[in-house]
Design a protein around this ligand. Structure first.
Ligand SMILES: Nc1ncnc2c1ncn2[C@@H]1O[C@H](COP(=O)(O)OP(=O)(O)OP(=O)(O)O)[C@@H](O)[C@H]1O
Ligand SMILES: [Mg+2]
Length: 265
């Protein structure tokens, strides 16, 4: 896969957000956020509950319209494209809230995601859809990569929590994106599943994907991020490498002090 094609000419960033703002009525959930995501990097977004992390993802991926600002992806202005067009241009995401088709098998969930569209059968009762060899091949690859082969024929509803979270990340990848947005992929996971997810995310970077990661687990964030953006009250508090963030007094005061030595997760 050629991940370096058509990057932004000036900064080398694959994704550039500039002064992105999202208001809900009088409330500003995201205020003038700018960030650059470099190709093949893991860029984490952290911050306390309600800081605006998920809302920022919604604006970047086109799940909600932006109020103001600009978003460039692979040199193209995407800030006003609907979400499905951003998926077609190479952006994909997993949701904080589970978004699986519970009655479909693991394999079918992946195949549907690989086709980039939802067959009506998926929503209104099961009938075998038309075969699509390319989508099937993508699905088979993802089953192996995410260690879901043994449960490929099982309905998503019957998976363990950890398996469901892995399937969600696999589904984001099924769209064959260049950048993938993961919103708390380890939420609700036990310690073994968390370690495995950490390794899976790192492997994505090694394969050249850009990963934008919202994560409360500081072991993961500090262990695999190239860049960390810290948000507070809808704004960027500070951005830097894990070492810089770990040692930033402002961050410690605002948020990290107790988390880095334990806290959540
Ligand atoms: N549709 C909406 N309408 C109004 N306010 C909203 C809406 N969605 C989010 N908000 C508000 O925006 C703020 C940011 O929420 P968001 O979900 O982005 O936080 P977060 O950083 O992802 O938090 P968490 O770590 O708990 O997931 C919150 O105060 C939230 O109540
Ligand atoms: Mg959130």
């Amino acid at each position: 896969m050629n991940h370096s094609a058509s990057m932004d000419g000036t900064t080398g960033a694959l994704l550039q957000a500039r002064s992105v703002t999202k208001r809900y009525g009088a409330f500003t959930a995201v205020e003038s956020v700018s960030l650059d995501v470099m190709p093949g990097s893991i860029h984490s977004v952290i911050g306390p509950n309600g800081a605006g992390k998920t809302t920022l993802f919604h604006t970047l991926t086109g799940t909600v319209p932006i109020t103001a600002g600009r978003i460039r992806f692979a040199g193209q202005e995407v800030g006003h494209l609907p979400g499905h067009q951003r998926v077609q241009s190479g952006m994909a995401r997993s949701f904080q809230v589970t978004s699986l088709f519970q009655n479909l098998s693991v394999r079918e969930n992946l195949r549907v995601a690989a086709q980039g569209r939802v067959p009506r059968q998926a929503l209104f009762g099961w009938r075998p859809p038309a075969p699509d060899d390319a989508a099937m091949a993508v699905a088979e690859g993802l089953l192996a990569r995410f260690r879901l082969g043994p449960v490929a024929g099982r309905a998503a509803a019957l998976l363990s929590h950890g398996q469901q979270r892995r399937l969600e990340v696999a589904m984001a990848l099924a769209a064959q994106p260049r950048i993938v947005f993961l919103d708390e992929p380890t939420s609700g996971m036990g310690i073994d599943d968390i370690g495995e997810m950490k390794a899976l995310i790192f492997a994505l970077k090694q394969d050249g994907y850009a990963v934008v990661l919202i994560e409360h687990n500081m072991d993961i964030v500090m262990g695999i991020s190239d860049t960390i953006t810290v948000m507070q009250l809808g704004r960027v508090l500070v951005e830097g490498t894990p070492d810089a963030i770990r040692n930033d007094e402002q961050v410690r005061r605002a948020y990290l002090g107790n988390m880095i030595t334990g806290g959540r997760n």
